[in-house]
Design a protein around this ligand. Structure first.
Ligand code: GLN
Length: 459
């Protein structure tokens, strides 16, 4: 079977491929992959294909994105059994172009995590080394992308790094678009002011192709930008492109070997005609504290709706409502979700609000302004995607929550600013993939994508 998306589209166009036989084979192969690496929460037994430019192309959907008639849990037991009666706009856009939804991918509960270990269902294992994490929270999406021996592109989602981290750890390409570029209608919210739907693919072309389908204005999402989609696969040259290298993204916490791989990638960009210059983003250090306060404050309000009445988990009501809700919520939510509900409620409580939530928002504005100033002088900023290679499950077990949160130091700033960023494989350390992160100004996805394509081509 052909494995590349480009070749697949050619085959379908020339009429050489029987779409039904192909779909059957994809289901069989997905089952084998599931046994080995567990990327799915739900596998679709009889996937159906639409008509369009990606006719019959296998698409997986992160489980926090609603799919009509297919269970959608956001990785949480509290939504167990919830089957949405509608498709998220991103899903209906992919279907409109012919995409075939093959399953829902594993994730940290509600997106709360960096390693896909805070999971109520399956924990995806890294296809490069099964003792290691796939990254999170879109871990299943990246796992399947890396493991698939068939053409496939994933619909993923990021709040603070959930596309970049898994893409970097699995050697795949992750695109997080500008906030508002892809409709959030039908996305189960984590932190509304930062949530973005994006893509993960084996190649830059794949991830960019699906992004073109997903993007565009949607009146069902009040934060959707009134900007038409583009053909993100029209890459172009990077000659003369101005590249900033933020020095804080290469600081102590970053594995020296990871930094070295990224530096050699930067040399490649220079040899292709880009002009690179070191810059400083001093607000970087404040990202984690400000991000986590903002994210959990929003999350704690979003999670209030899960009480065992409307969606998912239900039990028989015996006592009063108060005890019913608390029994549902104490059994339905995992440990990390509970931690975030408690901390988030505290951070926005009267008396603490100014000291935590409001202060975090002020810092966020400073981060946004810092990026805006940079993009007056530079087209893109280039840095490592993650400070480390994919950790082993036993290393993750030993991390305190604070230590685990600190792994997001390089991904939270662009996510808070809502700027587009791409993670592209740049090399290997200990046989594990390393990702390079390319950030661009709002709605300049195409700049970040063409740098990623140049890096990929040069490898
Ligand atoms: N690791 C970060 C968090 O737990 C980001 C996750 C995400 O982008 N959904 O909040």
């Amino acid at each position: 079977m052909i494995t590349g998306v480009k070749e697949y589209i050619e085959e379908v166009r020339s009429g050489n491929l029987n779409v039904d036989d192909f779909a059957h084979e994809v289901v069989e192969r997905s089952k084998t992959i599931q046994k080995k690496y567990s990327p799915f929460i739900t596998l679709v037994e009889h996937p159906t294909s639409g008509n369009g430019r990606i006719k019959g192309l296998p698409i997986s959907v992160k489980d926090s994105i609603c799919t009509k008639g297919i269970m959608t849990t956001a990785g949480s037991k509290i939504l167990d059994g919830y089957v949405p009666p509608f498709d998220a706009t991103s899903v209906s856009n992919a279907k409109r172009d012919g995409g075939m939804v093959i399953g829902k991918t594993a994730m940290d509960e509600f997106g709360f995590g960096t390693f896909s270990t805070n999971c109520a269902y399956s924990i995806p294992r890294n296809p490069h080394d099964t003792s290691r994490s796939c990254g999170g929270s879109s871990g299943g999406a990246a796992c399947l992308t890396a493991a698939a021996d068939f053409p496939h592109i994933a619909i993923a989602q990021s709040t603070g790094g959930s596309i970049t981290a898994p893409a970097a750890f699995t050697g795949t390409v992750g695109i997080t678009p500008t906030y508002g570029r892809v409709s959030r209608y039908g996305l189960i919210d984590y932190s509304n002011s930062m949530d973005k739907i994006g893509t993960i693919g084996k190649t830059v072309y794949d991830a960019a192709l699906l992004l073109s389908s997903l993007s565009g204005y949607d009146r069902l999402d009040s934060t959707s930008a009134e900007i038409a989609s583009e053909d993100f696969t029209a890459f172009g040259s990077i000659k003369g492109l101005r590249v900033g290298i933020p020095k804080e993204y290469f600081s102590e916490g970053v594995d020296k070997r990871v930094a070295k791989e990224v530096r050699s990638g930067i040399e490649r960009l220079e040899s292709l005609g880009a002009s690179c210059e070191e810059v400083s983003l001093p607000m970087t250090d404040y990202g984690i504290a400000s991000y986590y306060i903002t994210a959990i404050s929003e999350a704690s309000t979003n999670l209030a709706r899960y009480c065992g009445l409307r969606y998912g988990m239900q039990k028989e009501i015996t006592g009063d409502f108060e005890s019913y809700f608390s029994s549902i919520r104490s059994t339905g939510f995992g440990q990390e979700a509970k931690r975030r509900i408690i901390l988030g409620t505290y951070a926005r409580m009267a008396g603490f609000r100014d000291a935590y939530y409001i202060k975090a928002l002020r810092i966020r504005t400073k981060i946004i302004n810092e990026f805006a100033a940079m993009f007056k002088k530079f087209d893109v900023l280039v840095a490592p995607s993650m400070p480390i290679i994919a950790p082993t499950f036993s290393e993750i077990e030993k991390l305190s929550p604070i230590k685990a949160y600190s792994m997001d130091i390089l991904t939270v700033p662009p996510n808070m600013a809502g700027i587009p960023h791409v993670s592209v494989p740049i090399g290997k350390v200990d046989s594990m993939p390393v990702g390079m992160q390319i950030m661009a100004a709002h709605f300049k996805e195409s700049d970040a994508i063409r740098v990623a394509a140049a890096v990929e081509g040069a490898r």
